[in-house]
Design a protein around this ligand. Structure first.
Ligand SMILES: Cc1cc2nc3c(=O)[nH]c(=O)nc-3n(C[C@H](O)[C@H](O)[C@H](O)COP(=O)(O)O)c2cc1C
Length: 363
């Protein structure tokens, strides 16, 4: 038993869709909780006007009745309001009438740092838009919606997951983030940053050291690295551990089997150890610059300037929400694997029985 998600949707297509398999029946899904996470994803200093345009209203087409999951596939849809401006350019069928709106001319000047060049070559596209539309971080909206559902499941078992920004453009205070973002915008440049996700109430024993692929540390690192623009991930003290001695690096075990420190970030041998799970992700500066980078025209072979498409100056606040959803999703998968159950009551019973067997009390 596990949770699986399959999604589809282009950035300027009609909608983002997801099918979620493996939720237990009877889980309460709050529309307001999903809406709140989607709102948080759109927020943040340095985002582009697209965020005001999109409402990100989630529709549930299947798997839910009167707010409770049915134990059947859950189908989620988020319409792209901006599609109205791209109806001709992004039409699924050969469009009728004169070209109108956006996306009517081919993108032949790939942007460095985006999927444009590699995707065009890999799939044999003549228009880089065929690659960049799906590679866009617009898809993170549907993952945030699914993450909100996962957080609901985790909350039933006393677990909470929270993401926050810890650095923007190398700065560590909010005033400095705003100033750095303003300066980057004025210079028609972009910034990156670092976010941190902490999961609390996590019991020991989620994940497994049996194989690389089952290690929860690997899975959390993988899901964070799977987010657009993430170039580095660390768990617990991560890279800093490499510069300390063993006597300072490990979390000694107290009589109650808890730890006074948490350098490991709640994971030992790919298994949760009962301490908060702590993961950080580093985001590169966004690759679409209003002062375009050098590129080459894929048709003429002439040097040129990369495509300039409406873009954020920085999206680190959004990454905090997207990363929170990703970690929640992976933890929820590990919960489904460990506790099984068709109905939420079964999951809760298995969870309680396990905590009783190991004599574990959440702090
Ligand atoms: C929430 C979020 C918003 C993003 N917004 C933009 C953006 O406005 N402009 C841009 O060039 N890249 C943006 N990105 C990053 C690109 O999507 C990403 O760098 C690109 O698809 C290439 O993938 P890679 O950086 O993982 O190699 C965003 C990423 C995230 C997570």
């Amino acid at each position: 038993m596990t949770l699986e998600l399959t999604s589809a949707g282009e950035s300027h297509g009609p909608a983002l869709v997801a099918i979620v398999m493996g939720l237990p029946a009877g889980l309460r899904v709050e529309h307001a909780a999903i809406a709140e996470d989607l709102r948080r994803r759109r927020q943040g200093y340095g985002r582009s006007p697209r965020q005001q345009l999109e409402e990100d209203e989630v529709q549930v087409l299947a798997g839910l009745r009167h707010r409770r999951t049915l134990g059947t596939p859950l189908a989620l849809v988020i319409a792209n309001r901006d599609h109205a401006n791209w109806a001709w350019g992004m039409s699924a069928w050969p469009p009728e009438g004169e070209p109108s709106g956006k996306g009517t001319t081919s993108v032949t000047l790939p942007r460095p740092g985006h999927a444009d060049l590699a995707g065009t070559l890999k799939f044999g596209h003549e228009d880089a838009r065929n690659a960049l539309e799906r590679a866009s971080a617009r898809s993170t909206a549907i993952h945030v919606a699914a993450g909100a559902v996962a957080e609901g499941l985790l909350a039933e078992l006393g677990m909470g997951v929270a993401g926050r920004v810890i650095e923007v453009g190398g700065e560590t205070s909010e005033d400095a983030w705003i100033a750095a973002t303003d300066a980057a915008r004025a210079a028609r440049d972009t910034l990156g940053g670092v976010v941190e996700v902490v999961a609390t109430g996590v019991p020991p024993g989620l994940g497994s050291y049996a194989e690389k692929a089952t290690r929860l540390d690997a899975r959390i690192a993988g899901t964070l690295m799977g987010i657009q623009a993430v170039k580095g991930v660390e768990l617990g003290d991560g890279f800093a551990l490499a510069r300390t001695r063993g006597s300072e690096a490990h979390d000694e075990i107290e009589p109650d089997r808890r730890r006074a420190t948490n350098h490991a970030g709640g994971l030992e041998a790919g298994v949760t150890n009962g301490e908060p799970v702590v993961a950080r992700a580093a985001m590169k500066p966004l690759p679409t610059l209003m002062r375009p980078l050098r590129s080459v025209d894929l048709v003429s072979g002439e040097p040129g300037e990369a495509l300039v498409e409406r873009s954020d100056v920085q999206a680190v606040d959004a990454l905090a929400v997207v990363a929170e959803a990703a970690v929640a999703w992976e933890l929820a998968r590990a919960v489904r694997e460990k506790f099984g159950g068709d109905a939420l009551v079964d999951v809760r019973a298995a969870h309680s029985a396990y905590l009783e067997r190991i004599g574990w009390h959440t702090r």
